[in-house]
Design a protein around this ligand. Structure first.
Ligand SMILES: [Zn+2]
Length: 323
């Protein structure tokens, strides 16, 4: 069982909690996020009988930009990064993909950014997956959280756009699929989004292996889609449950805990509908706290999992560190 630490424990240097059969080591937040890139690019843990493998893709060292957080200055952003021990030279945006082994089935959440298709340093997914003992050909289902490049470019080959996983079932919230592929969408997108939107609209509808689902649908044994709109119209999380244990694969709901745990009200430039994204963030994080649920996120510091605790009107993120 996951033991959520009490506030007092957060102030001790290191403490442990058990989750499933594994003892996790939690550092204090002040020491938690100083290492940007992992030395071992995969990490396995259990949720009941489901094996979770976090696979590291890479990191975007995003230059500071006053438009990145709509309602915070660069100085406020830097102060939040510094508070968790992160560099303030740039905004570190790591990317991790989750693979669930459910019985003999391999279910991946999102497909990563595609080697060399997003950021120069996000190239590690194939090698790390192999190192974790996962054969990409074994992936039978891909749960897609939303259609941003860092989550779906890994579905397409660079240059040709041919399908990387032609035999896997691709499951996505119908709201997300319909929004990006509806006639006239590309022209309505902001200029900076048009090239990505066109790639999606040109390629995805030509594939026959999509399954469109709605909120709360069971998308794999023990896994349900949780609609989490705001970041994109059909952005979704996935709740993994086995036995008495639960993990919320939150994707981009709370993408950078260093910034958004202390400031859940901050609206990122990539949150398409800022106020809805903030409301969804609070709702989901309150839910994982109330239900004693572990959480992982695509841009959390590797291995991209941990727990949240309440801190007044905001939150504290307590990450798992690779042991
Ligand atoms: Zn993302």
């Amino acid at each position: 069982m996951l033991t959520v630490p009490r506030r007092g424990l957060l102030e001790s240097a290191v403490f442990t909690a058990t989750f499933g059969h594994k003892e996790l080591i939690f550092p204090t937040p002040a020491h938690a996020e100083t290492q940007l890139e992992p030395t071992i690019g995969f990490y396995k843990y259990k949720v009941g009988s489901i094996e979770v493998t976090a696979v590291y893709d890479g990191i975007w060292r995003k230059p500071h930009d006053p438009t990145f957080i709509k309602n915070a200055s660069v100085e406020e952003t830097k102060a939040a990064l510094a508070k968790t021990g992160l560099t303030t030279e740039f905004v570190p945006i790591p990317l991790t993909v989750i693979v669930l082994k459910i019985g003999n089935k391999h279910v991946m959440v999102d497909a990563g950014s595609g080697v060399g298709q997003w950021q120069a340093n996000a190239t590690h997914l194939p090698a790390n997956m192999k190192a974790a003992g996962i054969d990409a050909n074994q992936i039978s289902t891909i749960l897609v959280s939303h259609f941003h490049p860092d989550h779906v470019w890994g579905l397409m080959e660079k240059g040709t756009n041919s399908a990387v996983f032609p035999n896997a079932e691709l499951i996505v919230n119908g709201a997300e699929y319909r929004w990006w592929t509806e006639p006239g969408r590309v022209e309505k997108l902001a200029e900076g989004r048009r090239a990505a939107g066109k790639r999606i609209a040109d390629v995805f509808p030509t594939w026959k292996n999509w399954t469109l689902v709605e909120d709360n649908a069971e998308v794999a044994p023990g896994v349900r889609l949780v609609a989490a709109p705001g970041h994109t119209p059909g952005h979704s999380a996935f709740l993994v449950a086995s036995g008495k244990e639960q993990l919320l694969v939150s994707n981009d709901t709370m993408y950078l805990p260093a910034l958004l745990a202390p400031h859940p009200e901050w609206q990122g430039a990539y949150d398409q509908d800022g106020p809805t994204a903030v409301a969804t963030r609070r709702k989901l994080v309150d839910r994982v706290i109330a239900d004693n649920t572990m959480i992982c996120g695509a841009h959390f510091p590797f291995p991209a999992a941990g727990v949240f605790t309440k801190d007044g009107d905001a939150y504290t993120f307590v990450p798992v560190v690779q042991s």
